[in-house]
Design a protein around this ligand. Structure first.
Ligand code: BDR
Ligand code: CA
Length: 326
């Protein structure tokens, strides 16, 4: 059985790794990709996606999304992590946007889920602005979406990681905390694949070398764009490799049994020094002041079978590469 997904992304090095994973997997039908600002400007990120679509002959729709957060001024592209235009040292050539859907991302999402009620999973691996706009314009989408899988947030269950851009905030949530709070408190099933699990899986330098050698052109492409990312990780974390952020959200869709989940309502801190901090209430205890308990219980991933995830990623990409060449 395949899962239909709309992939909402800020392409982005690990976003590209995840997009190719979704495209490569037989368990996923990639219906559409919607872009959002974040790792790169909306123009660069959208061009990066159109470039991937053209390069790999992908069938998915592409719709351009938000250029800035719902309310706050934009933080700006993360050049230090993803390079000037999002793909590290690789610059995607300009692609004429003839294949771009005419609708803004939020409208594309609304139309697709309305036309396919109960069938589409939204997988969001960038700031959650497009999803929040879709909720604001058509609140009924919560009834039509099958599931929402988000790469974002940190709950401190793995080595105390609550954040990566601040001590208490992860990048995607920090970029638009207001949007994230809307998405997590809406009445639809959300699974949050955050730093608690993405920091447990590492694409080591050696793993990526092997992927380059075994997965043909697509392996080479992932290796090429990841050079800049690895330089960042080496400087910042002193590690030879990178955490597996966005591909982990795709892995959840393909193989949810690889993950352990924790249930409870989730809120996002939208002001002050901990802005972007994600907090899950995991007890039934009643409080006088409680802005969690009336919200729907969501799922936070707190455990992952990292070796199996790394294996799944490599096998999927190698199979895909073999199909491309045969
Ligand atoms: C997240 O932030 C972005 O830089 C990555 O693409 C990923 O979605 C990790 O915190
Ligand atoms: Ca991303």
């Amino acid at each position: 059985m395949t899962t239909k997904i709309i992939f909402d992304t800020d392409p982005g090095i690990d976003d590209a790794m995840a997009i190719m994973f979704a495209e490569a997997s037989d368990a996923i039908e990639l219906v559409g990709v919607t872009t959002v600002y974040g790792n790169a400007t909306i123009e660069h990120g959208t061009n990066n996606m159109l470039f991937l679509k053209q390069k790999y002959g992908m069938n998915c729709d592409v719709a351009m999304g938000a250029a800035k957060p719902l309310i706050r001024p934009p933080v700006g592209p993360t050049v230090i992590v993803h390079g000037e235009s999002g793909f590290g040292h690789v610059t995607a050539p300009f692609v004429e946007p003839t294949e771009l859907d005419a609708r803004p991302a939020y409208q594309y999402i609304i139309d697709q889920v309305k036309a396919n009620p109960g069938e589409i999973t939204l997988v969001a691996v960038g700031p959650l602005t497009n999803l929040a706009l879709a909720l604001q314009v058509e609140p009924q989408i919560t009834e039509w979406v099958k599931e929402v899988v988000v790469m974002g947030g940190g709950f401190g269950t793995y080595q105390g990681y609550f954040g990566n851009v601040s001590p208490f905030a992860e990048a995607n949530i920090h970029d638009d905390p207001d949007a994230a709070d809307l998405v997590f408190t809406a009445n639809w099933p959300v699974v949050i694949v955050g730093l608690d699990v993405t920091h447990q899986s590492v694409f080591s330098g050696q793993y990526l070398d092997q992927l380059r050698d075994d997965a043909g052109e697509v392996g080479q492409f992932i290796w090429d764009i990841s050079r800049y990312y690895l330089e960042f990780y080496s400087k910042l974390h002193g590690m030879d490799g990178c955490h597996v952020h966005d591909p982990s959200a795709v892995a959840y869709v393909i193989a949810p049994e690889l993950f352990g989940l924790r249930q409870g309502p989730v809120r996002v801190i939208c002001d002050g020094p901990a802005i972007g901090h994600t907090m899950q209430k995991i007890t039934d205890k009643k409080h006088h002041h409680d802005e969690w308990s009336d919200m729907p219980a969501q799922q936070v991933a707190v455990a992952v079978d990292a070796p199996a995830l790394l294996d799944l990623y490599k096998k999927t990409l190698v199979n895909y590469s073999n199909k491309l060449t045969n």
